[in-house]
Design a protein around this ligand. Structure first.
Ligand code: PAF
Length: 279
């Protein structure tokens, strides 16, 4: 496992691997790695000749400066954890390497960027698309791995890959959960002990909701989830939407013939946690 900081260096290494006919798997991360990221790394190592993991806290996707400054940074522990999974290259660029000049590109993802996270974090997905397109350009991967916890992000990245006609296969991997069900997230590190204990109510409620879907209408189920979680004084639901898993259009009736996913964001003190469940 080799760490690389400069764009020119990583490009040269990857170009050599490509000349040798090797396939490149890519796991973009913002660090503070947990088992979710490690499962993506494992999938990439298994299915590609070469695996590149990037660790880069991307400033352009934070619409809240406080969120950016408090985002957990645990580089040493990240490298230690990765060393057990045998990726080949760890790319750890400075902001000036990725953005030598401000990125002024504006992407249009239509509805994908206007609902849920897009609505509540204006500019967030534009920043994600900026950095992921730059990283794809640098790493030139055959396969890129993303966690399904960030369900809307995966939809946006798939759309971006299509719009920019990039030859990258987007692989979306299952949510990895803590023993009590809480979806793994770097932000879990920011929770107090009490907040952490109560946060499992989010997934617990989503699992119950999946069973209740046979008895309640879509509207009733949405109301039930929001009320159930808000009963816990540590938690406050920002939104819970049940959407078509590709277009992200709101589902009004269970009879609609498409895959349905319930996406939630809950505020736990100052920390926003997201999760989702398929119906
Ligand atoms: O999911 C994340 O950690 C980030 O949004 C990503 C994809 C690494 C882009 O900064």
């Amino acid at each position: 496992m080799e760490t690389v900081k400069l764009v020119a260096d990583i490009k040269a290494k990857i170009s050599k691997f490509k000349d040798e006919g090797k396939t490149i798997g890519f796991v973009p991360t913002m660090g503070a790695l947990h088992k979710g990221h490690l499962s993506l790394t494992e999938a990439s190592v298994k299915n590609n000749d070469i695996t590149v993991v990037s660790i880069f806290v991307n400033p352009t996707q934070f619409n809240n400066p406080n969120d950016l400054s408090t985002y957990p940074r645990t580089l040493e522990a990240d490298l230690e954890q990765l060393s057990h999974y045998n990726p080949d290259l760890i790319f750890i660029p400075e902001v000036s390497e990725i953005y030598p000049e401000p990125d002024t590109r504006k992407f249009d993802f239509g509805l994908l960027d206007r609902v849920m996270e897009g609505k509540n974090r204006p500019g967030h997905f534009n920043g994600v698309a900026q950095v992921v397109s730059k990283l794809f350009d640098i790493v030139n991967p055959d396969n890129a791995y993303f966690g399904q916890k960030d369900f809307q992000q995966v939809a946006v990245i798939k759309q971006m890959t299509q719009d920019l006609k990039l030859n990258v296969n987007i692989v979306s991997c299952p949510i990895i959960r803590e023993k009590d069900g809480l979806a793994m997230s770097s932000r879990n590190l920011l929770l107090s002990e009490e907040q952490r204990k109560n946060a499992c109510k989010i997934s617990e409620t989503l699992f119950k909701a999946r069973n209740l879907a046979a008895e309640l209408s879509v509207h009733e189920l949405k109301d039930w989830v929001i009320k159930e979680i808000n009963k816990n004084s540590y938690l406050s639901v920002e939104y819970f939407e049940i959407v078509n898993d590709t277009s992200l259009e709101e589902i009004k009736d269970w009879k609609e013939l498409n895959n349905k996913v319930g996406c939630i964001t809950v505020q736990v003190g100052k920390i926003r946690l997201i999760d989702n469940i398929t119906f």
